[in-house]
Ligand binder design. Structure first.
Ligand code: ADP
Ligand code: ZN
Length: 600
């Protein structure tokens, strides 16, 4: 097993759980594997495929996923193909012949196609393993139900001696049970690996308004040295305005949302996969079917509606295991909007609860990763040191006066003001509403001039979370003071607010902090040897264009970094680098070694 892993994939050791799963499958037994995105599920069936006599079938729900996997396998010299409606009849004919002639090791197939072929030509082919990828699609409990998957229950009838391996990155207990029952797995062993993604940094910024958010995004992208990323927005129109902003600042980007034509969406996806654009501004419609391993960062322009969605979306970064950054913006506006959606969703209780958990995450003053993993039922007993809370623990101060000013402004309007009007009153701004309602004559008008509007947004959000006021969604989002708010307003209790730390004030400090965190995060040659890394990246891009393949399939970012570290100057040494199998060694060794020699 070890030898085959090195020979074909260039890895010298297994990731957690891969070895156990593969041994189990090689004994001809069924299994269900739960591993997070980027955990290394593919090897769990690709290696058994190479070690077995016959053909391995891989059932996959999307043509784009199949294509990506087949390309990666072929790039490692492994004979694989995909049968689906996207192929021409001739190419499907050739593929079937190759299967019969035992020329292919892996065949990717859609469930619909399989149901037809199972009655026909597949009966004459020796099938050594059937892998069901994205197995949660079989369950109505899962978030991505596909009716075609439900027919897969007949697999064992047709292939009584073939082990079935179901794999997924998302499955709670009900879904797990459902997968096992529907596929009729026989005494399956369930492998559950940790869902931790330690390479993803977690940061939340509270109370930023559009302008400040846009500026923060630019700074963030600048720090990414051209690395690819996704910006998730709540609405289609927001994806468009963010895109315009990025273009104005010379950042190549694409838009993706469900309102675009199929062609435009495919173009956006392909431009992203092939590094023709650096950023995709997208709604949650984007992501399924994206296997791009070198997504270096994910930004949430707005807060997602649940921790499940959030974790899935940030999970699209850093599949190659390299350090990747995630950033969530969270504002009162998001909260109001999402509460409205939840209230009107028909599943009010559940959705409000999910939203509250998401909010608690955003408001956390303990390690964020602990909150996430706990949410998924996994206990983590130490802090992660790779989230903003671990790196900059929030400091609280006695904010009673601030809270009193705000609540008093709200009270004096007769609780008829929204968040923005309250800020206008505090700041002494003559906005149309202030004039119309005569709020400039209130005693509190202008008492909060010393605090910038952006900080007021932050404080008000904190006050909302602390339960000092509520938002009346059915009354133009006016703010209503709660009994505990009154306690603070009348000076009967103190209010402890979190000190706001702004980017500009801390950029110096952050510089040194980042260095410190780098030590924990492992050495990043990308930042430390930019010249060689860029040269390798350029070579990879040239090769990818020649072969008409995404760059990350020619070689992952991780492999490029390994090359910077090892700086191999012989083809033999090149082949020893992790992630270079024999096929890539022969194919690319010379060009890479020639390039590296110029830098040694
Ligand atoms: P998943 O399907 O679980 O999202 P993949 O199978 O795509 O994950 O693997 C994620 C990444 O991890 C890929 O870039 C793959 O090459 C890499 N990988 C998988 N197994 C190993 C291993 N044993 N050693 C090093 N890298 C690995
Ligand atoms: Zn942490």
């Amino acid at each position: 097993m070890q030898e085959t892993l090195k020979k074909y994939f260039g890895f010298s050791s297994f990731r957690p759980m891969q070895h156990e799963v593969i041994s189990h499958i090689m004994e001809g037994k069924d299994a269900l594997v739960l591993m997070p995105t980027g955990g290394g599920k593919s090897i769990c069936y690709q290696l058994p495929a190479l070690l077995s006599e016959g053909l391995t079938l891989v059932i996959s729900p999307l043509i784009s996923l199949m294509k990506d996997q087949v390309d990666s396998l072929r790039a490692n010299g492994i004979p694989a193909a995909a049968l689906n409606s996207g192929n021409t009849d001739t190419s499907n004919l050739i593929i079937r012949r190759e299967c019969r002639e035992r020329k292919l090791k892996l065949l990717y197939i859609s469930p619909e196609r399989l149901m037809i072929d199972i009655q026909g030509w597949l009966r004459d082919v020796e099938i050594s393993l059937i892998a069901i990828d994205e197995a949660h699609c079989i369950s109505q409990w899962g978030h991505d139900f596909r009716p075609e998957y439900t027919q897969l229950g007949i697999l064992h009838e047709h292939f009584p001696h073939t082990p079935l391996l179901a794999l997924t990155a998302t499955a709670d207990k009900i879904t797990r049970q459902d997968i096992i029952e529907q596929l009729q797995l026989r005494e399956p062993k369930v492998f559950v690996s940790s869902f931790d993604r330690p390479n993803l940094s977690l940061t939340v910024k509270r109370g930023y308004q559009t302008r400040e958010k846009n500026r923060a995004i630019l700074t963030f992208i600048e720090r990414q040295h051209g690395g690819s990323g996704i910006i998730y927005c709540m609405s289609r129109s927001k994806t468009e305005s963010v895109s315009v902003w990025l273009s104005q600042h010379g950042i190549k980007n694409a838009i993706y949302h469900a309102g675009l034509s199929t062609e435009l969406r495919e173009k956006a996806q392909n431009d992203f996969i092939n590094d023709r654009v650096q950023v995709v501004c997208a709604t949650i419609a984007f992501g399924m079917g994206i296997d791009k391993s070198n997504v270096r960062w994910v930004i949430h322009y707005n807060m997602p509606k649940s921790i499940e969605s959030y974790y899935q979306e940030i999970g699209r970064a850093g599949r190659d295991g390299l350090p990747s950054d995630t950033l969530l913006f969270y504002s009162a506006g998001d909260y109001i909007m999402l509460s409205k959606f939840a209230e009107e969703s028909g599943q009010r209780e559940i959705n409000m609860e999910k939203l509250r958990r998401m909010e608690q995450y955003a408001e956390a003053d303990v390690c964020r990763r602990r909150i996430l993993l706990n949410y998924f039922g996994e206990n983590m007993s130490h802090d992660c040191h790779n989230c903003d809370v671990c790196q900059n623990p929030p400091q609280r101060f006695d904010g009673s006066v601030i809270v009193q000013k705000a609540l008093s402004a709200i009270a004096r309007t007769g609780e008829q003001a929204s968040v923005s009007t309250t800020i206008d009153i505090l700041r002494g701004t003559y906005s149309p509403e202030v004039r119309e309602k005569g709020y400039m004559s209130l005693k509190t008008f202008g008492v909060g001039r010393d605090i910038p509007p952006r900080d007021w947004h932050d404080y008000l959000l904190q006050m909302l979370q602390l339960g000092y006021f509520e938002i009346a969604y059915n009354e133009n989002n006016h703010l209503k003071i709660t009994p505990s708010g009154k306690e603070v307003l009348y000076g009967r209790t103190q209010a402890h607010l979190v000190t706001i730390i702004r980017e500009e004030a801390t950029s110096k400090k952050r510089g040194s902090k980042q260095k410190a965190s780098k030590q924990t995060n492992a050495f990043t040659p990308q930042a430390d040897s930019p010249d060689l890394f860029d040269a390798l990246r350029a070579l990879r891009k040239r090769l990818a264009e020649e072969e008409m393949m995404p760059a990350y399939i020619v070689m992952s970012d991780k492999v490029l970094q390994n090359l910077v570290l090892a700086r191999p100057t012989t083809i033999e040494a090149f082949g020893n680098v992790s992630g270079i199998g024999e096929y890539k060694k022969r194919k690319y060794g010379q060009v890479f070694v020639d390039l590296i020699k110029q830098y040694v």
